[in-house]
Design a protein around this ligand. Structure first.
Ligand SMILES: O=C(O)CCC(=O)C(=O)O
Length: 353
């Protein structure tokens, strides 16, 4: 098969557009990880991630916000923030340019931005999370952008259509970076640490933005849009459209994160679990599919540089509370994630002392 044909055939959107009655076998998940429910609306109604109102961070409100963030990080590792200061028009524009890229461009136009399938974590248009031959594939196409530090940002590698794509994504990156810093400050304070503590350990943010597109799926009960994982870095900020499909694991049960208009989902990632010595846990999450509507999400990952060494912060370690994780060089952590695959949280568990 010619190179381009192979790439085209691998696109989930192309498969979905041919209206197959069944998904191809490589998308069928083993029974133990299949979604219990076949549509987000059939998911358990009880329990949803907490929603925290960030408005008015003056000293009085800051105490309330800190306490709520502490509870959410301890109990869930995931929460919504509202009144976060990012204009809802920007969230809408980011969703609009993302869905226009997937919906309005032909496959050939999209393939002009294809990322190199033989190399992990590359920028561009892609379809699979892992390249291991034996891995079950996600029912998802995506576009990954390298956005911060600015030296990594090259909008000429991003879609030129719709015409405002690059401008919107750059502004979105800047605003998410600022919010991520603010949230890491509140998370530090919620542990009685100086606001800058976690941010100092992380150092300069390495930020990537992934726009995920999940076409309608003929067999949502057999597939996953994105397999279960926790994110590798420090903190992820995610928006989704009104279709829904993000699920967070809580007490061994998958809870659907109902889309909340204008809110941003905060997901603690593995390095924050290490820095907080396990007081706060990273959120294991996944995306399920549905048969009727395509879904879009935009995840913004904030990571340390590859050279950064991460360990539990000294203020949280004592004789009575010894370190629970080995120190890790972040780049080694990333390599191991891509070699072994996410499989839930296996990678971070390997660092437990
Ligand atoms: O689509 C979603 O809601 C989840 C996306 C996600 O977890 C990711 O991009 O890593």
């Amino acid at each position: 098969m010619a190179e381009v044909e192979r790439a085209t055939a691998a696109r989930v959107q192309t498969i979905a557009q041919s209206d197959p009655p069944q998904v191809p076998p490589q998308y069928i998940q083993p029974p133990q990880v299949r979604p219990f429910c076949c549509s987000p609306s059939a998911a358990p109604a009880a329990g949803s991630i907490p929603a925290i109102d960030l408005s008015g961070l003056d000293p009085t409100h800051r105490d309330r916000v800190r306490a709520e963030i502490g509870r959410a990080c301890r109990d869930w590792g995931a929460f919504h923030v509202t009144n976060h200061g990012v204009p809802s028009s920007l969230l809408d524009r980011a969703r609009a340019v993302g869905s226009s890229f997937f919906r309005d461009l032909s496959v050939d136009e999209k393939l002009a931005y294809a990322c190199d399938p033989s190399s992990s974590a590359m920028e561009g248009y892609g379809s699979r999370m892992l390249e291991n031959d034996d891995s079950v594939l996600d029912w998802r196409d995506y576009f990954d952008h390298h956005t911060l530090p600015l030296s990594r940002r090259d909008p000429s590698r991003w879609p030129s259509s719709p015409p405002d794509y690059r401008e919107v994504m750059a502004e979105y990156s800047d605003r998410m970076g600022l919010l991520a810093k603010q949230l890491l400050g509140l998370i530090s304070e919620s542990l009685g640490l100086p606001a800058s503590c976690i941010e100092h350990v992380v150092g300069e943010f390495y930020q990537n933005i992934t726009v995920s597109y999940y076409p309608p799926c003929p067999q949502p009960d057999l597939t996953l849009g994105l397999q279960a994982h926790s994110d590798m870095g420090a903190i992820t900020l995610l928006i989704q459209d009104d279709v829904g499909g993000l699920q967070v694991l809580k007490d061994r049960e998958w809870i659907t994160v109902e889309p909340l208009s204008d809110a941003i989902v905060v997901l603690l990632a593995d390095q924050t679990e290490i820095m907080t010595n396990g007081i706060y846990r990273s959120a294991e999450h996944r995306a399920i599919t549905n048969a009727s509507r395509a879904r879009l999400s935009i995840a913004t990952f904030h990571d340390p540089s590859k050279a950064r060494k991460i360990s539990p912060v000294s203020e949280l370690v004592s004789d009575t509370s010894p370190p629970r994780y080995h120190e890790v060089v972040y780049g080694d952590y990333v390599s191991s994630w891509y070699t072994k695959g996410p499989e839930g949280k296996r990678n971070i568990d390997a660092l437990l002392l």
